[in-house]
Design a protein around this ligand. Structure first.
Ligand code: G3P
Length: 220
């Protein structure tokens, strides 16, 4: 399973790279707003910096903020020219779907975001999105089952051999990641802190402490 990091923060992206698990990066307008940019140019340069950190890895999802078809096309084409590793992230709206269809025809890669139902995921695949981003944590937040949505989308895509890749987003805890790996989806995108929590087990810490005490008690 591919591990994408859901952040626009260069320090976190470099950390994930050092951990050896960085396959790609996803951003969104809220994540971009957490970094301090004073112009669109700075944001564009930032996307290029992220692409350069990735080197030969997968890609960086850069989200368009336009909401009407013509503006989406203009903005997406501009983003796609920044670097070959840019994937244009397009919201699941009617105009967004038309834009994905256009980008697919132009061989510009897309990630259809804000997916909350299997019908939306089916639609995105039908028009040729390269990735879909179902937001599983936000579904759980309103007392529905985000992982069940992942299972449904996987089943639908397998039934018809759709090439669209499932990139589970809005990851809140390690079990989300483990369950996604059991379902067998292509990738998750997660905040770095959840990635770190995959490593933790209290018995590992207790075990290591005892090993070191035993060793130091006998060997000087
Ligand atoms: O990048 C989209 C998604 O991962 C957002 O996550 O935590 O804001 O629901 P969250």
């Amino acid at each position: 399973m591919k591990f994408f990091i859901d952040t626009a923060n260069l320090k976190e992206i470099n950390e994930a790279k050092l951990l050896g698990i960085l396959d790609g990066v996803t951003t969104n307008p809220s994540l971009i707003s957490k970094e301090s940019f004073s112009s669109k140019k700075e944001i564009e340069n930032h996307y290029i910096s992220i692409c350069n950190i990735l080197q030969n890895k997968e890609n960086v999802s850069a989200e368009i903020i336009s909401t009407n078809y013509e503006e989406m096309i203009k903005e997406g084409e501009k983003l796609s020219l920044l670097h070959p590793r840019i994937v244009v992230k397009v919201p699941m709206t009617c105009d967004g779907i038309k834009a994905i269809k256009y980008f697919s025809y132009k061989k510009i890669k897309t990630n259809c975001t804000l997916i909350f139902s299997s019908s939306q995921a089916l639609f995105a695949a039908k028009v040729g999105a390269n990735y879909v981003s179902p937001f599983i944590g936000r579904i759980d937040d309103i007392s529905y089952d985000g992982l069940n949505l992942i299972k449904e989308i996987k089943k639908i895509y397998d039934n018809y051999n759709f090439k669209t890749k499932i990139l589970a987003a809005s990851i809140r805890h390690p079990l989300h990641i483990i369950e996604c790996s059991k379902i067998g989806i292509y990738a998750i995108t997660s905040p770095i802190k959840v990635i770190y929590s995959l490593l933790n087990h209290p018995l590992t810490n207790i075990g290591l402490e005892k090993f070191l005490i035993d060793y130091k008690n006998k060997i000087n």
